[in-house]
Structures are given as C-alpha cells and as structure tokens.
Design a protein around this ligand. Structure first.
Ligand SMILES: CC(C)(COP(=O)(O)OP(=O)(O)OC[C@H]1O[C@@H](n2cnc3c(N)ncnc32)[C@H](O)[C@@H]1OP(=O)(O)O)[C@@H](O)C(=O)NCCC(=O)NCCS
Length: 179
C-alpha cells in the first residue's frame, strides 16, 4: 500500500474487478476526453491476468477505505527504448478535491524510487484542463502537442504530452526513501 495524506494507492486485486468493470463501462468515469469503451468482465479478467510489473493498476482509496478511482502505469515500447506512462480517472463525485493530484504525486514517487527510468510521461486531450492542471501541480512539464493523436467520440483529437524527469523530481514529495 502506498500511503499519502488524503488517499492511498492499493494494487488492483481480482476482488476489485466487478467494481472496476462497473466504473469503466460508465462513460462518465473516463469523461468526455477519453475514448468511449465498453469492455466485458471476461476481457477485464484476461487483461488483469496479463498484468506484469511493467503494467500495474491501483485503486485510489480515501483514508476511510472508500474507493474513488484508478491510476495505472504502463510501458510503451518505442524503437529507441521503453517509455513509462501513467493514466488515471476518478469517480465524478470525488473530483475537484485534490485527490488525483495526490495520487499522481504518490505514483511519481513510487516509480522513481523503485525503477531506474529517467522520465515518466502522460498524455491528455488538449481540452482536458483538469488533467493538465493535475500534471502541472505534480511537477510535470508540457513537452508539446501531438496533432490528431487520439481518436475519441467520432473525431481525431490533439493531445498534450507531459513528462517529469528524474532530475526535476529530485526528492519524494509524499512517500519517503524509507517507505
Ligand atoms: C482529470 C481528473 C482525474 C482530475 O481529478 P481531480 O481529483 O478532480 O483533480 P484535482 O482536484 O487534484 O485537481 C484538478 C484541478 O483542475 C482544476 N480544474 C478542474 N476543472 C477545470 C477546468 N475545466 N478548467 C480549468 N481547471 C480545471 C481544478 O480547479 C483543480 O485545480 P486547483 O487545485 O488549482 O483548484 C478528473 O477530472 C477525472 O477523473 N476526469 C475524467 C477522466 C480523465 O480525464 N482522466 C485523465 C485522462 S488523461
């Protein structure tokens, strides 16, 4: 368990899959800036069984144990090497309270403390201002715009690429080196 002040991150377990399936099949969970998708429980279970250290999902829980969202890290394979990327989403009723910013800070600490990667990246629709704010508050910098990078809701959309480098992170903000 990765402990923050207002939320903690707990690795997604098989028992969480019914709730997770309910979340991800509700269009409002991923919001208007992410591709609309419907996935069966069987597919979700298959994906879960394929999870590796390179691709892990976490449930974001409040201190009272209520489950309010999901955050994950995964690897994109690029000819020049591997890119470590994160993604996240919160149930609508818990947005705007700072929870996702803390979850991203915890994830960044965890990844830089546990792996030798030099950068972590995230990508978001150019119109998704809440997501960009979260990334900036967590120390990410905007690298640029990827034109027509995402296909969502019947149209190609531009996306911003954000990253944080190990030298910009410097020290953990939520976790500690002895966590
Ligand atoms: C993006 C998302 C995860 C943010 O979670 P959150 O817990 O609400 O984020 P936080 O409360 O930590 O921070 C949000 C910030 O964005 C700001 N914000 C929210 N909506 C905004 C808008 N339309 N324009 C500008 N800023 C906005 C908030 O004011 C807050 O900034 P502040 O702390 O300076 O006031 C959440 O909105 C969500 O789940 N959206 C749907 C899924 C999604 O888009 N995921 C990201 C995919 S890249």
């Amino acid at each position: 368990m990765l402990e923050g002040k207002t939320v903690h991150l707990r690795v997604l377990e098989k028992d969480d899959l019914p709730l997770f399936a309910e979340w991800i099949n509700r269009p409002e969970f991923f919001g208007e800036y992410n591709p609309l998708r419907q996935i069966s429980k069987t597919e979700i279970e298959k994906d879960f069984d394929k999870s590796t250290l390179e691709q892990t999902g976490f449930i974001i829980e409040k201190k009272d144990g209520s489950k309010i969202g999901y955050i994950c890290h995964f690897i994109l394979v690029h000819p020049a090497g591997k890119l470590l990327e994160i993604g996240y989403s919160l149930v609508p009723s818990e947005r705007g309270k700072g929870y996702c910013t803390e979850a991203v800070r915890i994830m960044v600490d965890y990844l830089f403390l546990s792996r030798g990667m030099m950068r972590i990246q995230a990508c978001t629709d150019t119109r998704n201002l809440a997501s960009q704010k979260v990334l900036e508050k967590a120390g990410f910098k905007k690298e640029g715009t990827m034109r027509k990078y995402l296909f969502s809701r019947g149209e190609a959309r531009d996306a911003c690429l954000y990253s944080i480098l190990r030298e910009e992170w410097k020290e953990p903000r939520v976790l500690t080196r002895t966590t």
